[in-house]
Design a protein around this ligand. Structure first.
Ligand SMILES: *Cc1c(COP(=O)(O)O)cnc(C)c1O
Length: 463
């Protein structure tokens, strides 16, 4: 669409970025269901509500910034994954996306398993009652203590990431008189990101053992020999924010190829394969994620077809969605502090948080959308950049977005799809306390992770 074609016209048309922000949306007050949690809507006064609670009430009760999470949406998504894969497969929620004890309880109740990748995540999972046999321990450099705790607790599997770790876990398990169920994480030479995947040279990374050069086959050989280990399967995780299933297709083909080689060499058919996580969500209206049932159908078909071709029994499949479950269920609620128009450029909108509560924009150039949520507005759209309060010019929350031209200090704005990798990656930069996670359900709100206080920060400072 040509830029001169917008009747409403952004204020700074000469610097419009390419891509989906090249035109303002037809109605800035509309909330695209793709990017907002399921129960988000506007009430008759134009105020956005979630779980039946309006954002002004949430800001008043809990302060801003705050992560606001829709519990029924989280449960619905978790259940959709569980149902899509059925009893013949396992769904492990990737705890690193966002973990708290409430989340662990929801997962437990909805029949999901849980991936952890540190002692802290393991402690959270166990303290909230997740049965150990439904927990998987990940990581490329698990400490001896972490491995020991996991083996003692009886975790369902440890995913081995290196030759040294194969020996380390075997040794620890044996010294505890146990046989630990393990998978070996391999890199299949496929890396997928967003809409593309690349099938060359991506063994060049810290995770996993390369399939290339026979390394993965050698790892299997060693693991099968060790009494402390019960090798149950092969693990592959190819990337994140993936929309295109063809990367999984190549990965499954190569993992099954290894299973076949293992059967031919050792006479064993490993019973499980884990295809990892990485399924994409909509951060902006331009993204079109797949539904869990489509993903389940595609993955199951690929694995079944590959196994039939290799004359192998189809192994039990597991997947590890993190972002796809929690990402869309939350938004970050901010109060606008300053609005600074820069002539001929854009308008900088400063909020009361920033890179300390959402590092993804600075870290990965992530795209987000944003909306005025405390009222509606008929003002013409302005091209805005939503920035935080930190001492970095890269402290950007939303790089390019249209907001109503009458936006003013005191307005509440919200950034949707911040449920994954925002609170879990939050920092105390500039000694800004981390925001709370507020859950809304059935017309009520409650805090599941409280706001950090200055006292919390000072408590650690013991000098
Ligand atoms: C990060 C990660 C996941 C989850 O990725 P999402 O993009 O949140 O779905 C799953 N498995 C492994 C091994 C990971 O490292």
């Amino acid at each position: 669409m040509s830029r001169s074609a917008h009747p409403a016209g952004p204020r700074h048309a000469d610097v419009l970025p390419e891509g989906h922000y090249s035109a303002p949306p037809a109605d800035l007050n509309a909330l695209d269901a793709k990017v907002w949690a399921q129960t988000v809507t506007r009430d008759e006064h134009g105020v956005v509500t979630v779980g039946g609670v309006d954002v002004k009430a949430l800001a008043e009760e809990h302060g801003t910034p705050a992560y606001v999470l829709d519990e029924s949406d989280f449960r619905a998504r978790a259940r959709a994954w569980r149902t899509a894969f059925g009893a013949g497969a396992d769904v492990f929620y990737a705890g690193k996306a966002f973990l708290s004890r409430a989340v662990v309880r929801w997962l437990h109740e909805e029949g999901l398993n849980l991936d952890v990748c540190s002692g802290g995540e393991l402690a959270t999972a166990l303290s909230a009652g997740m049965p150990a046999d439904r927990i998987a321990l990940h990581g490329n450099n698990k400490s001896t203590q972490e491995i020991e705790r996991a083996v003692r607790a009886g975790v369902g599997r440890i995913v081995l990431d290196s030759f040294q770790e194969i020996v380390r876990v075997a040794h620890i398990a044996q010294s505890l008189g146990k046989r630990q169920r393990v998978q070996i994480r391999i890199t299949v030479g496929v890396e997928a990101h967003t809409h593309e995947f690349i099938a060359t040279a991506h063994e060049d990374q810290k995770f996993g053992i390369p399939l290339a050069g026979g390394q993965a086959a050698e790892a299997v050989r060693r693991a099968l020999k060790l009494d402390g280990l019960e090798l149950i399967g092969i693990h592959s995780h190819i990337g994140s924010q993936i929309f295109d299933m063809s990367g999984f297709e190549v990965a499954a083909h190569r993992v099954v190829g290894l299973l076949k080689a293992i059967r031919d060499e050792h006479g064993v058919e490993l019973p499980e394969i884990d295809l990892g996580g990485g399924l994409g969500i909509a951060y902006t209206s331009a993204d079109d994620p797949r539904e869990p049932h489509e993903i389940a159908k595609a993955l199951t078909e690929i694995v079944t077809r590959e196994c039939e071709a290799a004359r192998l029994r189809t192994p039990r499949i597991s997947v590890e969605p993190g972002r796809a479950i929690v990402g869309p269920t939350a938004f970050t609620l901010y109060e606008v502090g300053t609005v600074k128009p820069l002539d001929g450029l854009r308008t900088y909108v400063s909020v009361d948080g920033g890179m300390s509560d959402n590092i993804r924009t600075a870290l990965y150039d992530a795209e987000y959308s944003v909306a005025l949520v405390s009222r509606t507005s008929d003002a013409a759209p302005m091209l805005a950049r939503v920035v935080g309060k930190h001492c970095e010019s890269g402290d950007i929350v939303v790089k390019d977005a249209f907001l109503p031209g009458d936006l003013a200090p005191g307005d509440l704005i919200a950034v949707p799809a911040t449920g994954a990798y925002c609170r879990s990656m939050a920092s105390n930069y500039n000694h800004v306390p981390r925001p709370p996670v507020v859950v809304v359900a059935d017309g009520a709100s409650r805090v599941i992770v409280r706001r950090e206080t200055e006292e919390d920060l000072l408590r650690l400072d013991v000098g």
